[in-house]
Design a protein. Structure first.
Length: 495
């Protein structure tokens, strides 16, 4: 203790760095700082933001409802006052945007805090990649959807919502590789996945004319199977050496449940955010609302049925209760009826819970897919169910059911450019295209992320914040301070 404070801190830092190294490096006596973000992260962040700002300066402009000159021309067009400020799309879309924004930055972030030693990484890296993702998505989606006659990208409240959707798909993939990747790897994944998302979305929505308002296909299916493919490419044979950190403690599950409740509450806004005003948006909210409610009952029922001693498993409750929102994403704006939404929600909640219980271990042991958050059960399978349900309902769309509202939901069917059965077929084709982009794109991006320069953690140091974050004093490697374990073998004596 005769050393000065800086000297003691330096020695402590060197010892900690040595402890965080892979065993093979420690045994060889060679020191390395491969996981240090001192240079990598600042360089990548500055370059990406610099390139993004340049592209924004060249291509991005306000849309007609945001630009003061264009909007005021609409307000007083030919002196007729055909528009008023209340007609601005901002007033119709911003409440939904707020809800989706909360889902992206709080809901997804906190849902992934179940890992007892990765709370900083779950919320912090979610914040990082979402902040970059909404900017990059505005560009990539803009080139396909919002490019005007002047070859500029015109942004407004709707493009902001679409950028959040794209970012949501990236965050789903993040769940598959949670705790096993560096922040630089995640930014690299965001660049490529966002670009592929925009291309796939353009083909599905514009070229094939599929309907997918809540993104069962374009957001959830794409994000899940892209993330699972990346996880397979990044397979870690010695991940069992970090297995003791992969579990939860009491407080981490409570934090994760906060994310669940936020997502559950705002999912109707997510599915309805960009649907047509009026009955379409109203119907989408209602169908999602009932599907989520039925899904929750199913998740509780099946969890108690299959869990040890008939007890509820928090993993099921945190995740499977949300699957109903995913499963009606495609069909929510269609006339699926409230009881139809309940049936879809209940079936999906059952399948999702069974997936967490029985399928996830098989993916890990047999297919070597280490799915940290179970995105296959929450987003993958429910997304496919949603695509199939949407295809079936679209095949039976008629004017007798929709009236003139058919023009909002299925404009090509209303104009008789295609039949309802053709619309249903195109919905299934869109699912196939989405899976193709997700699987092929996931393989390519996975190998790019596997390049050693990105600072990936060693197999022995996964699922811990210590390698990338400064941790408060007093924490140990078993949890943040002294915590009660979720599962306890010894019987508890009640006095």
């Amino acid at each position: 203790f005769a050393l000065s404070v800086p000297a003691r801190a330096s020695c402590l830092g060197e010892k900690l760095s040595f402890l965080l190294l892979p065993d093979s490096i420690k045994d060889s006596g060679k020191m390395t700082h491969a996981t240090s973000m001192r240079v990598k992260l600042p360089v990548v962040c500055i370059i990406l933001e610099g390139v993004t700002m340049v592209l924004f300066a060249i291509f991005v402009r306000y849309d007609k409802e945001t630009d003061p000159k264009k909007w005021h021309m609409l307000l007083d067009k030919n002196g007729s006052h055909a528009h008023t400020n209340i007609d601005n799309d901002f007033y119709f879309r911003y409440p939904s945007f707020q809800d989706v924004h909360v889902m992206i930055f709080i809901g997804f972030g906190f849902l992934m805090t179940f890992l007892k030693r990765y709370g900083f990484g779950s919320v912090g890296f979610n914040f990082l990649i979402a902040s970059f993702g909404i900017q990059w998505a505005a560009l990539m989606q803009g080139f396909f959807h919002f490019l005007g006659d002047d070859n500029k990208i015109h942004v407004g409240i709707e493009s902001m919502i679409n950028a959040e959707f794209c970012t949501g798909s990236v965050l789903i993939s993040f769940g598959g590789v949670l705790g096993k990747t560096s922040p630089v790897q995640l930014l690299v994944m965001t660049i490529f996945e966002t670009t592929l998302f925009a291309i796939n979305e353009y083909i599905v929505v514009t070229v094939l004319g599929a309907k997918d308002a809540g993104g069962s296909m374009t957001i959830h299916t794409f994000g899940a199977y892209f993330g699972l493919t990346v996880a397979r490419v990044l397979y870690r044979p010695d991940l069992h050496k970090s297995k003791h950190r992969e579990g939860s403690v009491y407080h981490s599950d409570i934090f994760a449940m906060i994310g669940t409740v936020y997502l559950w509450m705002f999912w109707p806004s997510f599915n309805s955010a960009i649907t047509a005003h009026g009955d379409d948006q109203h119907r989408t909210v209602m169908n999602t609302y009932y599907s989520l409610a039925a899904c929750t009952l199913a998740a509780y029922a099946i969890s108690a049925l299959v869990s040890h001693e008939g007890k509820l498993d928090m993993v099921h409750i945190q995740n499977a209760t949300l699957a109903g929102g995913v499963a009606v994403g495609t069909a929510a704006e269609m006339v699926m009826t409230p009881f139809g939404a309940m049936i879809v929600g209940f079936i999906t909640g059952t399948i999702s819970t069974l997936g967490f219980k029985y399928l996830s271990p098989i993916l890990d042991s047999k297919l070597k897919i280490q799915d940290t958050c179970g995105i296959h059960n929450l987003h993958g399978m429910p997304g496919i169910i949603g695509a199939v349900v949407g295809s079936i309902i679209a095949s039976f769309a008629t004017r007798d059911v929709y009236g003139t509202g058919l023009e909002d939901v299925f404009p090509l069917v209303a104009s008789e450019d295609r039949t309802a059965s053709t619309q249903g077929i195109n919905q299934i084709i869109s699912l196939g295209v989405t899976l193709g982009f997700a699987l092929v794109g996931g393989v390519l991006v996975g190998f790019i992320m596997k390049i050693p320069i990105w600072g990936s953690p060693a197999d022995t140091q996964c699922f811990t914040d210590e390698i990338y974050w400064e941790i408060p004093e007093g924490d140990d490697d078993d949890g943040h301070g002294t915590m009660m374990l979720v599962k306890q073998d010894d019987p508890v004596k009640i006095i």
